[in-house]
Ligand binder design. Structure first.
Ligand code: SF4
Length: 306
């Protein structure tokens, strides 16, 4: 028997406003210049990177700064480099200034705010704890604003072993981490620091602040995503493999619906996933372009399982 399926796209999926803004800034710059350089991949999505590359966007590393500065000068042009939504450490701005490179700053305002808050607490002598991935681009930027004088943690155990409890401390989060783990880390630190204050004979004035800096564009989607995943028999989750919020949101879907499949490319779709299934949902990360989810929808709609 030939089996036809209904395939829909989650209406809350697609780029977050921070990514929309970054891509718009890149496209506006590409209208003015044939080539625009971006420091690191503009977003964690190979499909969108390829689309922008075809328009003239070139991904570089900071080691390319001297080369592009020289090349532009030889051609009598102003060298320009776009900074993506994840942001950069102050060192990058200093190097650009030194070489006469103009920065097109597309750092997401949510990330800029996180950097400013970290800097403020660092200047006041706090021990800075960041819940995040230490080598993630956003965290590298945040580490830079506090001269790398921070502790990056990913689990409660990690936190307890690394954080010095007798110092005034502030906890932040990378914007795309999961809130339940953030809250566990916050509680673990809070209760231990409280005990320390009570136990202390010397009366060490230990202070602890927890700043929930997880982006609302990620956390706000979780409840809607749970509902969407529960309403469908199978979910195809489309995202770049390097996307942090992709992993977080995929886990949310999978928790509710075990028939959730992560794909970066249409070629990874296996028709056997949908045997006997008639209602499929497509969703993705905040860096997944709508146009690619439309392709996936078209592909799945033409797929018939027997
Ligand atoms: S997820 Fe949030 S912090 Fe990250 S780019 Fe989007 S709006 Fe900005």
């Amino acid at each position: 028997m030939v089996h036809k399926m209904s395939v829909t796209i989650d209406k809350y999926s697609g780029f977050c406003w921070g990514v929309v803004r970054t891509v718009e800034i890149a496209e506006e710059s590409l209208e003015l210049d044939d080539t625009v350089y971006v420091l690191g991949h503009i977003i964690h999505n190979p499909k969108e990177i390829q689309r922008l590359q075809e328009k003239g966007l070139q991904t570089i590393t900071i080691d390319d700064f001297p080369r592009i500065a020289n090349e532009a000068k030889q051609q009598g042009l102003q060298p320009k480099v776009l900074i993506r939504a994840h942001g950069e450490p102050p060192e990058t701005y200093r190097k650009a200034l030194e070489l006469g490179i103009e920065i097109i700053d597309a750092t997401c305002p949510v990330v800029t705010k996180l950097q400013e808050r970290v800097r403020k607490f660092y200047d006041q002598g706090y021990q800075i704890v960041i819940f995040g991935k230490s080598d993630h681009a956003e965290v590298l930027g945040v580490r830079g604003v506090c001269n790398d004088q921070c502790i990056v943690v990913s689990t409660v155990e990690d936190t307890i072993s690394k954080v010095q409890l007798d110092k005034k401390t502030v906890l932040f989060s990378q914007t795309t981490m999961d809130r339940p783990t953030f809250l566990l880390i916050k509680e673990a630190l809070q209760s231990r620091i409280k005990d320390l204050i009570v136990d202390s004979m010397e009366g060490i004035a230990t202070e602890f602040h927890a700043k929930d800096t997880i982006c609302g564009q990620v956390s706000g989607r979780e409840d809607m995503l749970r509902k969407y995943a529960a309403d469908h028999e199978a979910i195809v989750f489309v995202a770049g493999k390097a996307s942090s919020n992709g992993k977080v949101l995929y886990d949310v879907c999978r928790e509710v619906n075990p028939n959730t499949y992560f794909i970066e490319d249409i070629s990874e779709i296996n028709p056997s996933w949908f045997k006997g299934i008639s209602k499929i949902g497509i969703t993705g990360a905040t860096s997944t372009p709508q146009w690619y989810m439309n392709h996936v929808q078209e592909h799945l709609s033409n797929l018939v399982t027997v």
